[in-house]
Design a binder for this molecule. Sequence first.
Ligand code: MG
Length: 387
Amino acid sequence: MTVTDRRLAPYAASDATSRGRRWPEPPPRCRGEYQRDRDRVVHSTAFRRLEYKTQVFVNHEGDLYRTRLTHSLEVAQIGRSIARAMGLNEDLTEAIALAHDLGHTPFGHAGQEALNHCMAQWGGFEHNIQSLRVVDRLEEKYAGFDGLNLTFECREGILKHCSPARARELGEVGERFLRQTHPGLEAQLANLADEIAYNSHDVDDGLRSGLITIEQIREVTLFRTLHDEVLEAYPRLTGRRVIHEVVRRLIDRQVVDLITTSQKRLKESAPEDIEAVRNAGCPLIAFSEEMLALNRELKQFLRQRLYRHYRVTRMSVKAARVISELFEAFKGDPGLLPPESQQHVERAAAEKGEAGRARVIADYIAGMTDRYAIAEHQRLFDPMHTT
Ligand code: MG
């Protein structure tokens, strides 16, 4: 047991029981294996790009909205709090949380859908699988290997879903989708911390933008209950402070529910170790039925009133056009790509033909930030634009 494993529950991921890295490396000297994973994610290029990638609102729409970066930091914060409270591995939870969105395209879901459409004949595009591709192959930082060479546990946490066909191509990390087993608790936890984060911050950003109003969102049971609670406790409170007070309670309620329900499940199932967690037959980190129903209602509201708001839709349509036109332009003439990407295209085309060429172009586009994609689109399509 290393110094970092001291307070861990027996079923938590630990350095001692890790399935290790794809390319064996000497153990780190002054930190744990999962701290090393986390550190590698933070130092990656893809991580820095998250600062200029859309969560819901396109980056240039306002300075205060969540970006993929601040979203990922909130997921890490929520995940770490829960991990520590439950004796799970905080470092691994943090590493998964910070890496979970590395494969996102510019312009959020609109960008991902457009790229998936462009890639339909060549296996499609899925941001979650792309996150794994970024940490396994696309980062070029280390002398001894491509990617970040993260631990198996971190990689299994990043890969949240996967079709059986794709799972077969992915080797060890894809096996659980074929065998219908579960990932470690830290992976299950990071996944739900993601949900807690976006449910809560999308309420905050939605209200800030004025696309939804307090009157509208009071339709949602969970919001209404907490809003009434705040107004009763602080009758003279007004403006943004009311919203903040509701949002912090929204996070707190979900976190406490998740911890309580999961602790009950863990007590009942009493897994001996992480392997027992993987073979438990059901996820052991979960919300209560009651919270699930409340969350479902909130999500449905956000989908209808925020994600499908006509102003969000207008931006999504423009974003999809930028992505599709970039893809078609590069696909039609890879000579438009910067020299380094052209070399990648040639190598991939020699190995895998048309599919290889398309995949490198998708990698290049997926790696762009919102503003880089817009600038690149102007450079390619606006004749008045030089370079
Ligand atoms: Mg996310």
